[in-house]
Design a protein around this ligand. Structure first.
Ligand code: AMP
Ligand code: GLY
Length: 422
């Protein structure tokens, strides 16, 4: 079987590593891929958003299965386009992925189907938002509608911050819709689920660390590390989420005529009032995937094929009963400007302590690696306890060097401190 994976981050490296375990897989292309995927797949120099380029590649090379992971090709309708051309594809249609690409739609959907989420007020354009921000309750959360890769949200504690955020988030676009949301508090968890539109199977809950620096300080990033499972997400809460959130969501999507097939990722806040949805993502999370897939003991390709066929209820989906963590190493300056092309050493030694998933790396013809992005790589490890998993990650991180490298030293530490063992 020949597979094409769309994307080029750590998440895609983790998906490729999981898929290659299936003995039926003879070849994996990754478009555009990264240094890590170059080592065992064939990278294809086509951007993940280049729908026509990907279609042309598929018509020429005939992959048996295409896995679309990033948000923007899903929002552009890559799955629809490829399936219309009889190319088997994993991922939601553009209409189903709307749960992620329109926050306004997601809110209306949750209200219609009684799915718990923050109270909100939608302003259709910048003028309405500018008027509303002067009288809205404070604190308030402002969200620009549309894909913003984490940059479209501001949690404003004061009126001044809210006014500034409104101006910033709708800057230059009079028609920019804006959501104003009640601020929720509580632990945040990411629950990634397999779903074929009828059956939904959650993966172990993960927690991301979005801020750049220790103690949740500094600017928001794509994610600096994660761990799984999360102690705050108890079996009782998991059951409640299934009844109040997960099942109503897939049933609602089916009722709307846009059944969701793929990975549905629930970003949840575990408030004193019960679990509430912060947002939906229509895809694997990054770096959550790099901690959750190592726990999957069943075959990922078989699960994906079952999902596309609408037969997830017949697939084997089992996870190991242990802990998993990952620590992201970034380029100095990230998430602002950073330099590229720094040689990376210590990768082989790090592999003794876990798996190194590449994100912003490039493989040179001599087989060595240099940096080529903000989030460069992550070290992901498992262990019998969270502490052990974290210790392995940091041992791996300690062996890897590149100029300007930085990482958070407190990934999972709050949860690890709660557990009394070793
Ligand atoms: P989002 O892009 O919607 O995931 O939002 C980014 C981050 O903003 C989330 O991970 C939360 O930490 C925070 N956030 C979003 N919505 C809310 C809310 N209603 N209350 C508190 N924090 C929020
Ligand atoms: N880890 C956050 C995301 O993938 O959106």
């Amino acid at each position: 079987m020949k597979i094409l994976i769309i994307g080029g981050g750590g998440r895609e490296h983790a998906v490729a590593k999981a898929l290659v375990k299936n003995v039926a897989v003879e070849k994996i292309w990754v478009a555009p891929g990264n240094g890590g995927t170059a080592a065992f797949c064939e990278n294809v120099d086509i951007a993940a958003t280049d729908l026509q380029g990907i279609l042309a590649f598929c018509l020429e090379h005939h992959p048996d299965f295409v896995v679309v992971t990033p948000d923007d090709p899903l929002a552009l309708g890559m799955v629809d386009l490829l399936e219309e051309n009889d190319i088997a594809c994993f991922g939601p249609t553009r209409a189903a992925a709307r749960l992620e690409w329109s926050k306004g739609y997601a809110k209306e959907f949750m209200q219609k189907y009684n799915i718990p989420t923050a109270q909100c007020h939608l302003c259709e354009d910048a003028r309405a938002a500018k008027a509303y921000v002067k009288k809205c309750p404070i604190p308030i959360v402002l969200k620009a509608d549309g894909l913003a890769q984490g940059k479209g949200v501001v949690v404003a504690q004061t009126r001044e911050e809210a006014v500034a955020a409104q101006a910033q988030l709708s800057y230059g676009k009079p028609d920019q819709a804006m959501l104003f949301e009640e601020m929720l508090t509580g632990p945040e968890v990411s629950v990634l689920c397999f779903t074929d539109g009828k059956t939904i199977i959650p993966m172990p809950a993960a927690q991301d660390h979005k801020r750049a620096y220790d103690g949740d300080k500094g600017p928001n990033t794509g994610g600096m590390g994660a761990y799984s499972p999360v102690s705050a997400y108890t079996p009782a809460l998991a059951e409640r989420c299934m009844e109040e959130i997960f099942l109503p969501t897939i049933r609602g999507m089916e009722a709307e005529g846009t059944p969701f097939k793929g990975i549905l990722y629930f970003s949840l806040m575990l408030t004193a009032d019960g679990p509430k949805v912060i947002e939906y993502n229509a895809r694997f999370g990054d770096p959550e995937t790099q901690v959750v897939l190592p726990l999957l003991s069943s075959d990922l390709l078989n699960i994906m094929i079952a999902i596309r066929a609408g037969k997830l209820d017949r697939a084997k989906v089992k996870f190991q009963d242990c802990y998993s963590a990952c620590v992201v190493m970034s380029s100095g300056g990230y998430p602002s400007a950073y330099e590229k092309g720094k040689p990376i050493t210590g990768l082989e030694e790090a592999a003794r302590f876990g798996t190194v998933y590449h994100a912003g790396t490039k493989r040179l013809p001599d087989g060595s690696f240099v940096t080529s992005g903000g989030r460069v790589l992550c070290v992901s490890s498992t262990g019998r306890s969270l502490r052990q998993a974290l210790r392995n990650c940091y041992r791996g991180v300690d062996t890897i060097k590149f100029e300007g490298a930085f990482y958070r030293k407190d990934i999972g530490s709050k949860d690890a401190a709660l557990v009394k063992e070793d």
